[in-house]
Design a protein around this ligand. Structure first.
Ligand code: TRP
Length: 450
């Protein structure tokens, strides 16, 4: 028997993997990307992509990891062929880049805990407050370091203790909090047009870019395309039903993103804020809604604490991808691997965090005339390019290299109901033919090539 660490129960696995999926991607990124891409139509396309690409890829990744019982490099080394290691390398690169800007936003979250307690966030204009903090101070850097250190400390505790325990308690609390906020948001005066914006699709605004943005968001939110789910899959025992786990995580993740939409958009429209604010969206919207609630400062503090915990259960899955490789391939200790990785991420993180400050002159201008700073470039490049590319290769790998027998075997392990078994052929067909085709089409169309 191997002595790799394992998750102990189905609930523990789902909590950990859903902990990886649910995070800033649902509550911070989903509303801002949906807002920039027209709302309702984006939501529909997003759901379509989650179903057709998300679930099959999530399951494919977990099955590779569980089969190989190894990290994102080791798995492809073990299962072969040699060239497939490139998938692992893309994954490592994506982990570095995502972790660097993820920790920027994780840091903002910590600041908003502090600012809710001190009450300073409610004093000025919310927008002004956020801009002063993000563009004109070096505090974001301090908070980012703290966020990364918290992530590192959990990872030092190892898979079972650290990751599983942390995820179990949080999710129900976060959902409860979002429901309370949603009730407040949809009863604000003028919230109706926000609800309409979010659920009434306006297809006249849909372009190839909408599809690309939806695909990037789906991959980001589900933590797929770079081996996080593969790494977690390697800690799943053979008696677990991967199909069930895959569906559960996807449903939880998507519902939480939609819930966040029902908090943010009604509030935005009620306060006459434009939905295309970019990455600062929730940091200027949420204080507005808390200000309209009894015990607003208390709710605000609690909310940002929960958001911080949700983002930590995600950032640990990014860090774990890299740490597992260093530990198992280079035989470094968990401690050394964690410390070195954290320092490297911090080096890139300085640039993402100070994108609007020290490095405000480093930007590219898009065809629409928007500025993309280092932060935006990292965000766009990793989510819209690296993750779909990784996902594309993983599906080709499973569909055309590992083939049907291996896929069926892994999807039958731990399954004792006919319905789940009957899904195998459909999922495999999607993995082999449909999903790679969809990714190529969205890519070419979104990048303006066709
Ligand atoms: N899915 C997480 C979120 O929504 C972020 C995340 C964790 C992630 N691990 C990942 C994104 C791996 C892409 C790939 O906040």
């Amino acid at each position: 028997m191997s002595n790799r660490e394992n998750f102990s129960s189905t609930f523990g696995i789902i909590a950990a993997a859903a902990g990886s999926a649910v995070g800033l991607g649902n509550i911070w990124r989903f509303p801002y990307v949906a807002g920039e891409n027209g709302g309702g139509a984006f939501l529909l396309i997003y759901i379509f992509i989650v179903l057709i690409l998300g679930i099959p890829l999530l399951i494919s990744e977990m099955m590779i990891g569980r089969r190989a019982q190894a990290n994102v490099i080791g798995s492809f080394k073990k299962l072969g062929p040699k060239s497939s290691i490139i998938i692992g390398i893309i994954g490592l690169l994506a982990a570095f880049i995502i972790l660097s800007f993820y920790s920027t936003v994780g840091g903002w979250t910590i600041h908003y805990i502090y600012a809710s307690i001190s009450g300073e966030v409610f004093k000025l204009d919310y927008q002004q407050y956020f801009t002063n903090f993000k563009d004109k101070s070096f505090l974001p850097l301090l908070w980012q370091v703290i966020f990364l250190i918290m992530t590192a400390i959990i990872i030092l505790g190892g898979v079972k203790k650290g990751i599983e325990n942390c995820s179990k308690v949080l999710m129900p609390l976060l959902i409860l909090m979002l429901i309370i906020l949603m009730i407040r948001a949809v009863t604000l005066p003028g919230s109706k047009s926000g609800i309409d914006f979010f659920i009434k699709p306006d297809f006249s605004k849909v372009t190839g870019k909408t599809f690309l943005a939806a695909m990037g968001q789906a991959f980001f939110s589900l933590s797929i395309g770079m081996g996080a789910m593969l790494t977690y899959g390697s800690y799943i025992k053979k008696d677990q039903n991967l199909t069930f786990i895959g569906f559960s995580i996807t449903i939880a993740d998507t519902l939480i993103a939609i819930l966040a939409g029902f908090v943010i958009f009604p509030t935005l429209f009620s306060f006459n804020v434009a939905p295309n604010q970019g990455p600062g969206l929730i940091f200027v919207t949420l204080p507005a809604i808390f200000d309209q609630m009894p015990w607003g400062a208390g709710f605000s503090t609690l909310f940002f604490i929960l958001l911080l915990i949700a983002s930590l259960t995600s950032s640990i899955s990014l860090l774990e991808v890299i740490v597992a490789v260093l530990k198992e391939e280079l035989k470094w200790s968990r401690t050394l691997s964690t410390i070195i990785t954290t320092i490297l991420v911090m080096c890139l993180g300085v640039f993402t965090t100070l994108s609007w400050n020290t490095f405000q002159n480093l930007f590219i201008t898009t065809a629409q005339g928007n500025c993309m700073y280092i932060f935006d470039i990292c965000d766009y490049f990793s989510s819209n390019i690296l993750l779909p590319l990784g996902g594309f290769l993983i599906m080709l790998y499973v569909g055309w290299y590992l083939k049907k027998d291996v896929f069926y075997e892994e999807l039958s392990a731990g399954v004792n109901n006919k319905f789940t078994l009957s899904l195998r052929s459909m999922i495999f067909f999607i993995v082999k033919y449909i999903a790679p085709l969809v990714i190529i089409l969205v890519f070419l169309n979104g990048l303006g090539i066709i």
